[in-house]
Design a protein around this ligand. Structure first.
Ligand SMILES: C[S@@+](CC[C@H](N)C(=O)[O-])C[C@H]1O[C@@H](n2cnc3c(N)ncnc32)[C@H](O)[C@@H]1O
Length: 197
């Protein structure tokens, strides 16, 4: 393990430790997929100290920033995993353990030839559906209309339902780093919520 990460290992999800299973079994875990530098999740963890938060991110440098910020803010209810989210959701998470899942500004890979790189494909969404508990919700934000339509097309092939109720998205939720960049460029952010009935 690299030294930098060892220093903050209490914030890392240790797949080999029995406490990992305890953490996941709390059945109230809130997951941020592609959590970037963690500002969104850390803000939520601060706001809701009794809930358990988990971030998964594939880039080492970003995870280090998440760990440093959590340490600085003395957060007790957060863990991070450096992992490909596809693998993490399919192989690591247990069924019906997630309360909420956030996917904020996933890389849209706008060119058709890069469709294979998009994360929100049908098998991934089906796996997420399995890992969420009943009435659990999936929140997605994107600045790309094309990606939004792609997500909706794929969601229709799963058991998720689009939440059309008035409070379908809590707009008071903390903005993310990428969202702030898009807003600065006056880009529209599309927010959508799906539920597991
Ligand atoms: C556009 S950024 C958004 C970051 C953050 N959610 C935000 O809104 O500020 C997309 C993030 O997803 C991460 N990512 C992309 N593919 C991933 C994968 N397969 N597994 C985990 N993270 C991934 C990237 O490294 C990046 O940090």
């Amino acid at each position: 393990m690299k030294l930098k990460i060892k220093k903050f290992s209490k914030f890392l999800l240790d797949f080999t430790n029995v406490r990992f299973t305890e953490f996941i079994y709390r059945k109230n875990v809130i997951l941020d997929i592609g959590c970037g530098e963690g500002e969104f999740l850390i803000k939520l963890a601060n706001l809701y100290p009794k809930k358990q938060f988990l971030g998964v991110e594939i880039k080492y440098g970003r995870i280090i920033k998440c760990l440093k910020k959590s340490n600085l803010n003395n957060i007790k209810n957060i863990k991070f995993a450096i992992c490909d989210a596809n693998l993490f959701v399919e192989k690591i998470l247990l069924n019906e353990t997630l309360n909420k899942v956030f996917i904020n500004n996933p890389d849209p890979w706008p060119k058709d030839k890069h469709e294979k790189n998009r994360i929100l494909k049908v098998p991934f969404l089906n796996n997420l559906h399995k890992k969420l508990k009943r009435r659990g919700s999936l929140y997605i934000k994107t600045d790309s209309k094309k990606y939004l339509n792609y997500i909706i097309k794929n969601i229709k092939k799963t058991k998720f339902e689009i939440d059309t109720s008035e409070s379908k998205f809590d707009y008071s939720l903390e903005s993310t780093k990428f969202q702030k960049l898009y807003e600065k460029d006056k880009k529209r952010i599309y927010s959508i919520k799906f539920i597991k009935k």
